[in-house]
Design a protein around this ligand. Structure first.
Ligand code: GLU
Length: 428
C-alpha cells in the first residue's frame, strides 16, 4: 500500500482540510486525527485438517465521546491496521452525522472468508471475541457485520461473548440474524438508506425520480438492497451492476439496458457476491469488464463495494449525463478524483452520510436488544427514513449556508458534534 492509496491517509487528509476550514482547536485536532485505542491480536484456529493456523485480527476504537464505539468487522485478505484505522475514523463521522449516540470503531481479520469451511469460520469468529471481549460491551464498543462477515457470524460472536460474561448480552453486537437477537430491516438498511439520500438529493435538484437510471458497483448486501429500493421506492431503473468474480479473480459488469432484475440476480449470486455468469448470460445480461459500470450513460452512479475505486485514472470515464454520485461504499473516491469531481456538475453524496443507514439500523437493533423487545419492520424503516432524511438535511443546510462541497459539509457537521461532546465531557 502506498501513501497515495492508503485509506487512512485519505481519512486524515479529508479531516485536516475541514479542520483547517473550521479553525478547529489544536487539541481537538490532535485527538481526532488518530484513534483513541488500537488492538492487534493473533488468532490461532484449529483447521479441519487438524493443523493450527494463526490469523491476525484488529479492533480500532477511533472515538467514543458521543457514546459506545460502533462499527463492523471486515474479513478481507488485504486487511491492514491502516484500512481498519480509516474505517474506524469514518464510523465516528458516520454516527455523528446520523446523530445517533455512538462513537466510531472498526475491526478486521486478515483472511479471505471464502477459503474457510463453516466450522473454521465459526472457530475464527469465537477466537476474535476471546481476544477482544474485554474491550467490547453494549456500553463500550459494539461490533457489526461488514465486507466478508454475515449475520450468522454475528450470532456466533454474540454467543461467545455471552458465554464469557455468563449472561445473555445481545446488545454487544448488531447485524445478528432475525430470531437470534437481530432487527427487522437490518439487512436492507444500508441499501435502503442510500436510496433515501438519493431521493432527497433528487428533490433538492428538482429532478423527478421516476424512470431515472443508475449503475452500481458491487452486488453485495449494500448494492442488492440499494438496487431493489431504487426500483421499488423511486420507480427507477438500474441498468448495470459490477461485481467481483471469485474464480476468475477479476470484476465484471452485468448490464441490461431495459433494467436488471435484482431478485433474479440475487438468486444466482453466491454468499460472497459472485454472480453466475452462465445464468446471467442466458437471461439476456451483457457481460463487460469490471470498470464498465462507471462509464454508463445513467443519471446516478452508486459505488457500493470497497474503497479507492474512483481514481484520477478513471474519473474522466464518468458520463456527462451523471447528476448524482452516491457513495454506498466507505471511501470509494480518492483525494485526486474528488478534486476532479468538484470541478464537474455532479452532486456527491459522501460515503459516511450516504451509507449511514446500516449503522443507524444497528443502533435501533441495539436498543431493541437491550430492551429485549422487538419492533415490526415498518416501524424500523419509518424511523430509519426519518433519521436519514434529517442527516441529509443537516448536511445540505451546512453546504448551502457556507457554500461548501457536500463532503466538506458532512465533515463539518460531524466534527462539530464530536467536538461538542468532547467539550461537554471535559476532555478539552
Ligand atoms: N459496517 C457498516 C458500516 O460501515 C455498519 C456498521 C454498524 O452497523 O455498526 O457502516
Amino acid at each position: 500500500m502506498t501513501r497515495e492509496n492508503n485509506p487512512f491517509t485519505l481519512a486524515q487528509t479529508q479531516f485536516d482540510q475541514v479542520a483547517e476550514q473550521m479553525h478547529l482547536d489544536e487539541a481537538v485536532r490532535s485527538i481526532l486525527r488518530w484513534p483513541l485505542r488500537e488492538f492487534r491480536f493473533q488468532l490461532p484456529v484449529r483447521m479441519d485438517d487438524g493443523t493450527i493456523k494463526i490469523f491476525f485480527g484488529f479492533r480500532v476504537q477511533h472515538n467514543d465521546a458521543r457514546g459506545p464505539a460502533k462499527g463492523g468487522i471486515r474479513f478481507a485478505a488485504n486487511e491492514t491496521l491502516d484500512t481498519v484505522r480509516a474505517l474506524a475514523t469514518w464510523m465516528t463521522w458516520k454516527c455523528a452525522v446520523a446523530d445517533i449516540p455512538l462513537g466510531g470503531a472498526k475491526g478486521g481479520v486478515v483472511v479471505d472468508p471464502a477459503t474457510l469451511s463453516i466450522g473454521e469460520k465459526e472457530r475464527l469468529c469465537r477466537e476474535w471475541i476471546d481476544a477482544a471481549w474485554k474491550n467490547l460491551g453494549p456500553r463500550n464498543d459494539v461490533p457489526a457485520p461488514d465486507v466478508g462477515s454475515t449475520a450468522q457470524m454475528m450470532g456466533w460472536m454474540m454467543d461467545e461473548y455471552s458465554k464469557l460474561q455468563g449472561e445473555y448480552v445481545p446488545g454487544v453486537i448488531t447485524g445478528k440474524p432475525i430470531g437470534g437477537g437481530g432487527s427487522e430491516g437490518r439487512t436492507a438498511a444500508t441499501g435502503f438508506g442510500v436510496i433515501v439520500t438519493i431521493r432527497e438529493a433528487l428533490k433538492h435538484l428538482g429532478i423527478s425520480p421516476t424512470g431515472k437510471t443508475a449503475a452500481m458497483q458491487g452486488f453485495g448486501n449494500v448494492a442488492q438492497y440499494a438496487a431493489l429500493t431504487f426500483i421499488e421506492m423511486l420507480g427507477g431503473r438500474v441498468i448495470s451492476v459490477s461485481c467481483w468474480d471469485r474464480e476468475d479473480k477479476v470484476a465484471y459488469t452485468y448490464t441490461r439496458e431495459d433494467g436488471i432484475d435484482p431478485r433474479f440476480l440475487q438468486s444466482i449470486t453466491d454468499q460472497y457476491g459472485t454472480i453466475d455468469q452462465e445464468q446471467a448470460r442466458a437471461n439476456g445480461y451483457q457481460i463487460e469488464n469490471g470498470e464498465a459500470w462507471l462509464g454508463k450513460d445513467v443519471d446516478i452512479l452508486v459505488p457500493a463495494a470497497i474503497e479507492g475505486v474512483i481514481t484520477d485514472y478513471n474519473v474522466a470515464q464518468i458520463s456527462p449525463q451523471v447528476k448524482i454520485l452516491a457513495e454506498g461504499a466507505n471511501g470509494p473516491t480518492t483525494l485526486e478524483a474528488d478534486e476532479l469531481l468538484k470541478q464537474r456538475d455532479i452532486f456527491v453524496i459522501p460515503d459516511f452520510l450516504c451509507n449511514a443507514g446500516g449503522v443507524t439500523c444497528s443502533y435501533f437493533e441495539q436498543v431493541q436488544s437491550d430492551m429485549n423487545y422487538y419492533w415490526e419492520e415498518e416501524e424500523v424503516l419509518t424511523k430509519l427514513d426519518q433519521k436519514m432524511r434529517n442527516a441529509f438535511r443537516a448536511v445540505l443546510t451546512m453546504a448551502m449556508d457556507r457554500g461548501l462541497y457536500m463532503r466538506d459539509a458532512a465533515y463539518w457537521v460531524a466534527i462539530a458534534r464530536v467536538e461538542r461532546a468532547m467539550r461537554l465531557r471535559g476532555w478539552i
